[in-house]
Design a protein around this ligand. Sequence first.
Ligand code: ADP
Length: 180
Amino acid sequence: MEKKIGKGIIRLKKGDITNEKVDAIVNAANSSLMGGGGVDGAIHRRGGRKILEECKEIVKNLPGRFLPSGKAVITSGGDLDARYVIHTVGPIWRGGKDREAETLRKCYISSLELGKNKGLKELSFPSISTGAFGYPIDLAAEVAINAVADFLKDNEMIVNFVLFDDRTFNAYKEKLNRVS
Ligand code: ADP
């Protein structure tokens, strides 16, 4: 399903984000940038060692040697078909009283801004924070769709959400149907 929003398009797909042939895919990374499970593991497995080497270089120069949640950095796509990987760290769900929504929104906005500054035209996102980090899917879908829709008001871009399972896909579909 896809919908024109502002100057851009939001498209929802079901599948594996590592198959995307786009300017950049977004990784739901963890703060160490050293890889992990879920989508992070899949991206590093398919993308090869180059991505990890670049992540190591980046993390070396960060205060405290970690990437705080809500921030985003960019590496090459390594062996992936995507040209770049944007790594962002979602919030861990702690019941909703720890500014999780604000942080999750920042993940989307900072990834989109990074892509825009690189001149990228098409990005693909997974559902950040709704796996190991435990963010309730309906709430995360609302934040994700609203953040991207707000960005597209002023920016021309194609933004795909590549969602791994039916439940996640349906949650994002419901939110996209409501947005104008
Ligand atoms: P987080 O730690 O941010 O919660 P996870 O990787 O655990 O990240 O989960 C985020 C979402 O990514 C979940 O919906 C999970 O099912 C999904 N996911 C896992 N592997 C892939 C993949 N290869 N492509 C797209 N989505 C994936």
